[in-house]
Design a binder for this molecule. Structure first.
Ligand SMILES: Nc1ncnc2c1ncn2[C@@H]1O[C@H](COP(=O)(O)OP(=O)(O)OP(=O)(O)O)[C@@H](O)[C@H]1O
Ligand SMILES: [Mg+2]
Length: 222
């Protein structure tokens, strides 16, 4: 199992009222599965992904990635896990403007304890996401869809097990959205587990399974 989430909770307090942003969520994902989570704004989607990515501490529950539990890991171990076990494409634009496309993709490689060449792998990934010809370009020369492809390639630089994306098409037009979805389907077919969230309720949902988040609770979409 690539991802195992069990009874996961994140409690916040607003005013003096505690509430669950993530409320006893359980989810498992196999190699090559493509799962999408839909839900309205504020339903807890980003909080769930941030927990899975080890960026937030859960109030309760457990997360295992490729069999390794995140519970009880110290900061150094969590950073190492983030850099090797999963690729995360956060909400919004995160490509660095002063680095070329190729260097943006190579970046995570240097955060880990790695030596040796990274550019061959980065070039392969850029080919895989369909923008090999843009390796030497600067982000300001790219379209929104192309920039999203850079983020996806960068997220896959150090891990092919699990790719987690937060609203990867929120700011893209319908045709570009279709292209990015086709790309994600291809990535899943090559064996990477893909977990995507979106607030676009009107889409029928992409992926092998569509789940819905509502007030922190996750359930299969009816
Ligand atoms: N640090 C925090 N402290 C208190 N409440 C928070 C905090 N972070 C998020 N929340 C609340 O938790 C709920 C879930 O937020 P979250 O960002 O996970 O929603 P979302 O489903 O990703 O929404 P969107 O579609 O708008 O991105 C919201 O009500 C939000 O206001
Ligand atoms: Mg969000």
């Amino acid at each position: 199992m690539v991802l195992e989430v069990k009874d996961l909770c994140k409690q916040y307090t607003r005013g003096d009222r505690p509430f669950y942003a993530v409320d006893h969520v359980s989810l498992t994902m196999d190699k090559g599965e493509f799962v999408s989570i839909i839900g309205r704004s504020g339903s807890g989607k980003s909080t769930l992904l941030n927990l899975i990515a080890g960026l937030l501490d859960p109030t309760a529950g457990e997360i295992r990635i490729c069999g390794k539990s995140l519970t009880g890991m110290d900061d150094a171990a969590l950073s190492a896990m983030r850099n090797t076990a999963l690729g995360y494409v956060p909400q919004g634009q995160t490509v660095l403007g002063n680095l070329t496309v190729l260097d943006n993709v190579r970046l995570p490689f240097y955060f880990g304890d790695r030596t040796g060449p990274s550019s061959d792998r980065a070039r392969d990934l850029l080919e895989q996401v369909g923008i090999g010809h843009l390796a030497g370009s600067l982000p300001r020369e790219l379209s929104g869809g192309e920039l999203r492809r850079v983020s996806i390639a960068r997220a896959m630089m150090c891990s092919h097990d699990l790719l987690v994306l937060d609203e990867p098409t929120g700011d893209l037009d319908p045709r570009t959205t279709e292209e990015i979805m086709a790309l994600l389907r291809g990535i899943a077919q090559s064996g990477t587990a893909v977990l995507m969230v979106t607030h676009e309720l009107d889409t029928t949902g992409y992926g092998d399974r569509v789940l819905e988040m509502d007030s922190g609770k996750l359930s299969p979409r009816l």
